[in-house]
Design a protein around this ligand. Structure first.
Ligand code: GAP
Length: 520
């Protein structure tokens, strides 16, 4: 037991260290911090914005530029209020909330139940680990999972709870949701109390008013997803772009949700950014394309070179009102495996519903069959901020070096790093700064570079490691004589002397996004 707490404490400490590091090195600041911040809202600093822009570029190039049948748009955050009636958000974008009467803490009922089933899943995993140790090379995991009685009993328990919860939500039976919590003996994770209130539905959309006077003001919503801006523009893009099915429309933009349990740093925010793509297909072909996009999106993630075992698929049991298949790509964040991206087969729900509410046809005319139909849609939807968190939490490392010293390094994939190379004159005199500036002028059009002449070279290396700069270029007295510099690799710590006139080619081959995109 002590061991488990020790691991949890360690994970919490690592997460705390990552959050503190992000602030110290200009990645992420609490919003309006001088007024003590605003819950679940964050600002990106000078390094954060560069990393964010690079992630956006990696996504946009892979999704739009590399697919001749996908185009991008940038639709407005404010949309006609009927949009959200048609999309189902006015009636169904709710979280089931429950309060603990003793601790006065508020929870999402579905999250409490999911955490409970995850605990049971943890027991199954422990059985597997124990058996694997006992049987060694002889161990057949599939057979063990299919035959071990304790595993089967626990699986049955999970299935029964999930089924009960799914039925309750489908019938909007909130008393039954509460009863599941009572029957499972779920306690408040903070206080341990089981004194629960009723379960209530809470709509997550923020509203505001447009119009200059109270009388003619109209309530509108801040969009909770970018997807609807794509659906309402489906025909505009299809006709003006002469797009043929199958084709996609992509968009990156802000979304807003009044999250009740807004915690875990930038994992769950009230203002965040999404990178979404809706792919329009012929009805009946949607599940083929669903599989295609699952495979394509996981490849995009894995091309970054992050370990494969950091990702897993999670198929949805409780499908959203618009979907006929859905899964998440989950990432192993410091707080465990959590949703990073959603891939949804949304059927023709959205376009049909917008047809009904607007009275306008949103159909595709198929020249081959000489008939019109409402296309089906596969959606890929990833939170930019979650992707950011996945990258920094994976990159952050506290290392002990061979010489006994310690460093904190952010091993961000080089093409995404905010600064690609730091240009460091060994001293502030003897013409070294001037030589350094010459090099900056040669590089700055193609790659982001940073100049730093303050402190000892060792301190400057540490500073760049902490920011995640993949290369440090040091200019010394020899540089003035033979036009060579030292290039230091952030990850291997290897140092090499190279000619200044090959620097640009050498660096671009290592930090360019092209390499990543070729792997997609
Ligand atoms: N259009 C579909 C849609 O919005 P979603 O699963 O609600 O689906 C998609 O959201 C992605 O947006 C999630 O996988 C997650 O990465 C991100 N996301 C959702 N809510 C978020 C929040 N409150 N803070 C940060 N990211 C969020």
């Amino acid at each position: 037991m002590y061991f488990i707490f020790a691991i949890m404490a360690n994970e919490n400490n690592t997460f705390k260290n990552i959050i503190a590091h992000c602030k110290e090195y200009g990645y992420i600041f609490p919003s309006s911090e001088i007024y003590d911040g605003l819950g679940a809202v964050y600002d990106y600093g000078q390094n954060g914005v560069e990393l964010k822009n690079n992630i956006k570029q990696y996504w946009w190039k892979a999704m739009v530029q590399m697919h001749e049948n996908i185009v991008g748009i940038d639709s407005a955050i404010f949309m006609h209020p009927t949009t959200w009636k048609a999309s189902g958000h006015v009636d169904a974008f709710n979280d089931p909330l429950i309060d603990n009467k003793d601790s006065k803490k508020r929870y999402r009922a579905d999250v409490l139940i999911e955490e409970y089933t995850e605990k049971i899943r943890g027991k199954i995993n422990k059985e597997v680990d124990k058996a694997a140790k006992r049987f060694g090379d002889q161990f057949d995991k599939e057979q063990f999972l299919a035959t071990n009685q304790r595993v089967l009993d626990n699986k049955k328990k999970i299935d029964a709870i999930n089924e009960r919860f799914k039925n309750a939500m489908e019938k909007n039976d909130l008393n039954e949701v509460r009863q599941i919590i009572i029957d499972c003996d779920i306690a408040d994770p903070v206080s341990g109390s089981k004194n629960w209130t009723e379960v209530r539905q809470f709509n997550l959309m923020f509203s505001t008013e447009v119009g200059s006077t109270v009388d003619n003001a109209n309530t509108i919503f801040l969009r909770p997803e970018t997807a609807q801006g794509i659906f309402v523009n489906f025909l505009n893009v299809q006709k003006t772009g002469r797009m043929k099915i199958p084709f996609g429309i992509a968009q990156i933009g802000k979304a807003f949700r009044n999250e009740i349990i807004a915690r875990q740093f930038i994992f769950r925010m009230r203002e965040f950014e999404q990178m979404e793509m809706q792919f329009f297909v012929k009805p009946g072909e949607e599940l083929k394309w669903y599989e295609y996009w699952k495979e394509h999106r996981i490849k995009w993630h894995k091309s970054l070179g992050i370990a494969d075992n950091k990702y897993r698929f999670h198929d949805h049991i409780k499908l959203a009102h618009y979907a006929n298949a859905a899964c998440d790509i989950e990432f192993n964040f410091p707080m465990g495996f959590k949703e990073l991206e959603g891939i949804h087969s949304r059927t023709d729900f959205d376009l049909k519903s917008h047809e009904e509410h607007s009275g306008k046809k949103l159909q595709y005319f198929d020249n081959e069959t000489n008939s019109s139909y409402v296309p089906y849609v596969i959606e890929t939807s990833i939170g930019l901020d979650r992707m950011f968190l996945a990258i920094v939490s994976n990159a952050y490392q506290e290392e002990k070096l061979d010489d006994g010293s310690e460093r904190v390094v952010m091993k961000i994939p080089a093409p995404l790093a905010p600064t690609k190379a730091a240009i460091l004159p060994l001293t502030k005199k003897d013409g070294l700064p001037e030589k350094a500036r010459e090099i900056i002028n040669q590089l700055k059009l193609d790659i982001t570079v940073q100049y730093d002449e303050k402190d000892s070279i060792g301190k400057r290396y540490r500073r760049q490691d902490a920011i995640g700069t993949p290369y440090c270029i040091t200019i010394d007295h020899q540089s003035l004589e033979d036009n060579t510099v030292t290039i230091r690799d952030r990850d291997t710590l290897e140092q090499k002397r190279v000619a200044i006139n090959v620097l640009l080619e050498m660096l671009t081959s290592r930090v360019s996004m092209t390499r990543l995109l070729n792997l997609n």
